[in-house]
Design a protein around this ligand. Structure first.
Ligand SMILES: Nc1ncnc2c1ncn2[C@@H]1O[C@H](COP(=O)(O)OP(=O)(O)OP(=O)(O)O)[C@@H](O)[C@H]1O
Ligand SMILES: [Mg+2]
Length: 481
């Protein structure tokens, strides 16, 4: 996850993606051409040496400036490419803003099209200008280097003609040497072009290796433990501290967080926006590791477990859950690809997605979303029901719902929470919600402020101590009175 928040990573990826479609074939072609032209070159140079080694040497020396220019500009293009990646990505982003469906509503409504278009054109113009300048400078340098080689050609022709006049070679030889020299030049050109091309291609391999050498930030121990199939004592956060990497925030997102979740318990996390609730879940799933303190499961540090097994035990629906442009069945089944249709329907029943899907043309086989021809678009709340079903179909010991019912109507929300209690039997549940009416039913509530846990207890206990939770609850309750 750390890489997705790192600009450097996106730039490396961008360069690799841009070059990957054509570089590999170029490299293969370059190598073949190099082999072909070097064989031909050896033969022709051998022939010329038999006439005069000076001419053969001249042929080679005359090509050196051109090679020099080519290599120098390959370096320049490489450096420019690195420098312009950021600009290219911003231009690409504006292109997406203009053409993608995610932003279309707002772009049209706010009339942002011309603004984004101008920005896009301006960036592309700058990039084009920079490239054009480099290309014209290279052309000028090419012209100069080519003049040297032309002079060498005419010099050699004059030398061959002079040898003929002196009678050292016959008219037949003259024709052969003219031909050999011309051919030699063309083979040499092709040889050097392939060499220089391979030198340029090598830069692509640099990008590629830079990308392939990226190491996962969340590492697994060489001999990881298995996650207990029945968690006995539960999950504990022990003085956990965490801040997102590469951010300037001096204050950590989570600071000295200690909490416990016991089997068969439903725990609720409450707190203002940005207090660190979602971050806490990301640590629990080992999408990141804490910088201080540790998280344990049955007393063992999470870092000791096999990552895939640990994640198998986590069923999380994040606030920004995914909407798959696939069939309704697949949208749920992706939560657990080992189950059959009955389980999918059962999970849909719990989340309320069942009713939504049965109204669709082809029921569970209807493609959701409008990206593909026959897709059916759902409302935001309906999508959320489908996402919830995906969490429920998972056979995991921990179920986490981050703002699970933010778009559900009150009846549907009530239904989900009632059924959630049954679902959590024998498992652990974590609920994050700003709707305190939903949080009320949790066995234990943790109240977070600025990354710290400031209150803990059941709803009744927290209400009795008249702290921040009680204040928040009363503010919400007032609206309903
Ligand atoms: N990927 C990230 N990179 C850097 N900072 C982040 C990232 N995600 C969250 N933050 C910061 O961490 C803090 C806590 O974010 P988090 O998402 O955990 O809050 P939250 O309690 O879930 O809030 P909300 O109620 O709005 O969902 C925020 O101040 C946010 O700016
Ligand atoms: Mg959140």
């Amino acid at each position: 996850m750390e890489y997705y928040e790192n600009t450097g990573y996106y730039e490396t990826l961008h360069r690799v993606q841009k070059e990957a479609p054509f570089r590999p074939t170029r490299i293969v072609n370059g190598i073949l051409k190099l082999g072909q032209s070097s064989i031909s070159l050896v033969v022709v140079v051998g022939l010329l040496v038999s006439l005069s080694w000076v001419i053969a040497a001249l042929l080679v020396v005359a090509a050196i400036p051109a090679v020099f220019v080519r290599l120098k500009y390959a370096d320049k293009f490489y450096n420019w490419q690195i420098k312009c990646t950021a600009k290219e990505r911003v231009a690409m982003y504006h292109h997406q803003l203009l053409t993608g469906d995610d932003h279309a509503k707002e772009v049209w409504l706010f009339g942002l099209g011309p603004l984004f278009m101008r920005k896009y054109q301006e960036l592309r113009k700058q990039l084009r200008g920079e490239r054009l300048e480099l290309v014209s400078r290279r052309s000028a340098a090419d012209l100069a280097s080519q003049s040297v080689s032309v002079a060498a050609v005419f010099g050699s022709f004059a030398f061959i003609a002079y040898q003929t006049l002196l009678g050292s070679i016959t008219l037949g030889d003259l024709v052969m040497y003219f031909g050999a020299f011309q051919q030699g030049q063309s083979f040499l050109n092709s040889f050097l072009t392939s060499m220089a091309g391979l030198y340029e291609d090598n830069f692509f391999l640099t990008y590629l290796h830079e990308f392939l050498d990226l190491e996962p930030k969340v590492k697994e121990l060489p001999d990881p433990k298995s996650v207990p199939r029945t968690i006995k004592t539960g999950i504990t956060f022990d003085h956990v501290r965490f801040g997102y990497p590469d951010t300037a925030t001096a204050v950590k997102v989570l600071e000295d967080v200690s909490l416990e979740i016991k089997p068969c318990q439903i725990v609720a996390l409450v707190g203002e926006n940005g207090s660190g609730k979602t971050t806490l879940i990301k640590l629990l799933c080992r999408l990141y590791d804490p910088q201080r303190g540790m998280i344990t499961l049955d007393g063992t540090d999470l870092r000791a477990f096999k990552i895939s097994e640990l994640r198998r035990e986590m069923s999380v629906i994040f606030q920004d859950y995914v909407r798959y442009d696939l069939t309704a069945r697949e949208n749920i089944w992706l939560g657990n690809v080992d189950v059959d249709m009955d389980e999918v329907v059962r999970a849909a029943g719990i989340s309320g997605a069942d009713g939504v899907i049965n109204r669709l043309d082809k029921g569970y086989d209807t493609v959701l979303g409008r990206r593909f021809e026959y897709g059916a678009e759902l409302s935001v709340g309906e999508w959320q029901k489908v996402a919830l079903a995906r969490a429920f179909v998972r056979d995991s010991q921990v179920i986490v719902l981050d703002e699970p019912t933010s778009s559900l109507d009150p009846k549907a929300e009530d239904e989900v929470f009632r059924k959630f209690r049954q679902l959590v039997v024998g498992r652990m549940g974590i609920i994050i919600s700003h709707r305190l009416s939903a949080v009320r039913m949790a066995d234990l509530i943790y109240f977070l402020r600025d990354g710290r846990i400031v209150e803990r207890g059941t709803h009744e206990e927290l209400m009795d101590c008249h702290g921040e939770y009680a204040e928040l609850f009363e503010i919400q309750a007032r609206h309903y009175q």
